[in-house]
Design a binder for this molecule. Structure first.
Ligand code: GTQ
Length: 373
């Protein structure tokens, strides 16, 4: 890609140069000026495209999977959502993976752990549980839970009657891109859970108090489950006193109560509320986001394309794509769950953000894309 700009690579190929390039290739090398403009774009050029997955399309296929394969054979019975341009790395957007996992009544999976971190957002069904490093979490619709890097985890459904479907979110493509993934099956196939269900919630879930005499040196949140009732209550309370941000409405981050920071070092998660008929302003930022429509109906315009969404639909915003959201219900609020790779972007000092002003101009609202913090 030649750019006729001083300071950019603008060497025209000649037969002599082509012959030279061929000799470089033979020695495991190449001329930078033939790739410089591609590998150093002026601004981020994500391969991921904005995509929208309708729950009404996927749900029957997910349910069908429960008749086609056993949980034991599959390991985890998941239909994963893949970006048209990221099939090679099994990513839904950027370096984030997501999927819909289904468990039949009475079913349980074997315990394993991996270097990739995982999170769950429960969609439907009562009776779901997961044991994370010996803590048995019981989770219901709209609950959020984490299984951080290296924690033993195994999932199950204790209902007699209903299937459970939840959304998995993992940083698998990221960890693979960094050539750092490991996987282990539990030597006993199962953990022995502690006596008290949801221990982490009882210890660390008060929201306003922190237990004395407890140190926590891990990089992830000691709180493993975030129930919907408390999440929603916090959001509604905030909405009584704040309009939130112009780009996202009333939005709150699920936090590590020990630090106030993100739940895990690679992935963060939010819940946001859009008031009836509210529409947000457009912005764009580095970092990729996967949304799950928790309630309501509306639309988002992402990278110039409109996606009309309703409950349990999933959509993604690639890095640096302009996006804005709207609640299309004049009578009811809309809630969006989302997870992202922001903690990693921030840890690497790669955050950049722009807002679109009324004339369609771009306003830097970060610390400046090329400034370092
Ligand atoms: O439950 O740990 O959807 O390891 C994909 C890979 C879920 C899990 C997925 C996984 C998991």
């Amino acid at each position: 890609m030649i750019e006729d700009v001083i300071g950019r690579a603008r060497v025209q190929a000649t037969p002599e140069l082509e012959e030279y390039y061929a000799r470089l290739a033979k020695h495991g090398s190449g001329a930078l000026w033939t790739v410089a403009n591609e590998i150093e774009p002026w601004f981020p050029q994500p391969r991921s495209i904005p995509m929208h997955w309708r729950y009404e399309d996927l749900r029957p296929l997910v349910i069908e999977s429960a008749t086609l394969v056993t949980g034991d054979d599959a390991g985890r019975r998941v239909v994963y959502l893949v970006n048209d341009e990221r099939r090679d790395v099994s990513a839904a957007v950027g370096l984030l993976y997501t999927g819909l996992q289904i468990m039949n009544p009475g079913e349980s999976m074997t315990a394993h752990r991996h270097a990739a971190a995982a999170l769950r957002f429960v969609i439907e069904g009562e009776g779901a549980w997961t044991i994370v490093n010996g803590d048995r979490l019981k989770v219901g619709p709209n609950d959020f839970a984490i299984t951080p890097k290296g924690t033993w985890h195994e999932h199950g459904n204790e209902s007699d009657t209903t299937q459970v479907i939840w959304q998995d979110g993992l940083d698998i493509p990221l960890v693979n891109a960094l050539d750092s993934n490991f996987y282990e099956v539990h030597p006993d196939l199962h953990q022995i859970p502690g006596k008290v269900v949801n221990t982490s919630l009882l210890e660390h879930g008060s929201g306003i108090l922190k237990p004395d005499g407890r140190s926590w040196a891990k990089r992830y949140s000691p709180l493993l489950a975030y129930p919907w009732e408390r999440t929603y209550e916090a959001l509604v309370n905030l909405a009584r006193v704040s309009d939130g941000t112009p780009y996202d409405g009333v939005i709150m981050e699920y936090v590590n109560p020990h630090t106030g920071g993100s739940v895990m070092p690679t992935m963060g998660a939010h819940m946001q509320l859009l008031q009836p008929s509210q529409s947000t302003l457009a912005h764009r930022h580095t970092g990729s986001v996967i949304y799950h429509v928790t309630k309501g109906r509306g639309h988002s315009i992402i990278g110039g394309r409109r996606f009309d969404w309703k409950e349990h639909d999933i959509f993604c915003v690639p890095s640096w794509a302009w996006h804005e959201h709207a609640n299309d219900d004049p009578a009811g609020e809309a809630c969006l769950f989302s997870f992202n790779d922001f903690p990693m972007i921030n840890a690497l000092d790669l955050h950049a953000e722009e807002a679109m002003d009324a004339n369609g101009g771009h306003q830097d609202i970060g610390e400046g894309a090329l400034n370092s913090g």
